[in-house]
Design a protein around this ligand. Structure first.
Ligand SMILES: C[S@@+](CC[C@H](N)C(=O)[O-])C[C@H]1O[C@@H](n2cnc3c(N)ncnc32)[C@H](O)[C@@H]1O
Length: 256
């Protein structure tokens, strides 16, 4: 690990807005805030919104600044990235922000039923080879249901045509109520001012993809508690630009 990363990790251990529970400690260190984030950390009864795979946390802090009456928690396993958002939130005195460093697969260990109102997925890895790892798969939807309110909102912002198409099949196939969908966010007319303001927050990966001329896609939908969820069974063209530099190239051109 580089010196810079080690220094960030050391500093992050002192941050009051960061909780670190990777796989390696989850069995030995009890997490007592499950079901008590509002009273024990935020000190208010406001809604809780998660950003999963928050990276540097731009969305988490951006939304927190826009909505002081909502609590935001950025979640990622990469501490050196998270350090940026956590440090910024502390410097800005943002009381409605926290960061949780953990594996998203463990997420239901940190939140109790009905504790979370919304989830943001920002530029999530499309996981073209493994549907179970996709953050919009029905496997993850079942996990999210365990701690989201009934009909809680899931937002997906992505450059990936694969992930966007897969998610659209997942949403439509399971008749989850769709609230909004566009495959070219920055060329969509008629967004109301509030939506434009939220959607214009740009993450590190987003600015990278925009620079490369890729369309940014966005959809939001509700996740009701009732109803069995079925995985989409369709072939979807892989994202060419993502598989291009891989050393072990697959001969596949589509994925499920
Ligand atoms: C492509 S980056 C996007 C980061 C950020 N949202 C952005 O737009 O700049 C995906 C992020 O998700 C995190 N991630 C992916 N799978 C994860 C998992 N299973 N558990 C925790 N973090 C994960 C990675 O560490 C990475 O920071």
């Amino acid at each position: 690990m580089s010196k810079g990363k080690l220094a960030k990790f050391a500093e992050m251990n002192t941050f009051s807005n960061v909780f670190q529970y990777p796989f390696s400690v989850i069995q030995s260190v009890p997490f007592t805030m499950k079901g008590h984030w509002r009273e024990q950390y935020f000190g208010n009864p406001n809604p809780i919104v998660l950003e999963l795979g928050c990276g540097k946390g731009e969305y988490t802090v951006g939304l927190a600044k826009l909505y002081p009456d909502v609590n935001f928690i950025g979640i990622d396993i990469k501490g050196a990235r998270m350090w940026n958002g956590a440090k910024f939130a502390l410097e800005q005195g943002l009381k409605n922000v926290a960061f949780l460093r953990t594996n998203i697969e463990l997420i239901d260990r940190f939140f109790a039923p009905n504790e979370v109102q919304e989830i943001w997925l920002t530029f999530s890895d499309p996981q073209m080879k493994n549907a179970r790892k996709r953050l919009t798969s029905t496997y993850f939807m079942e996990r999210y249901r365990r701690f989201m309110v009934d009909g809680g909102i899931v937002h997906l912002k992505t450059d990936s045509n694969f992930l966007f198409t897969y998610t659209s099949y997942m949403v439509d196939g399971n008749t989850l109520p769709l609230l909004f969908r566009t495959d070219n966010l920055y060329q969509t007319d008629g967004l109301d001012a509030e939506t434009s303001k939220i959607l214009s927050i740009q993450t590190y990966y987003e600015s990278m993809w925009i620079e490369r001329g890729l369309n940014i896609k966005y959809q939001k939908f509700r996740l009701p508690h009732a109803g069995m969820l079925t995985e989409p069974d369709v072939d979807i063209p892989l994202d060419e630009y993502r598989s291009y530099h891989r050393s072990k190239r697959s001969s596949l051109e589509t994925g499920r």
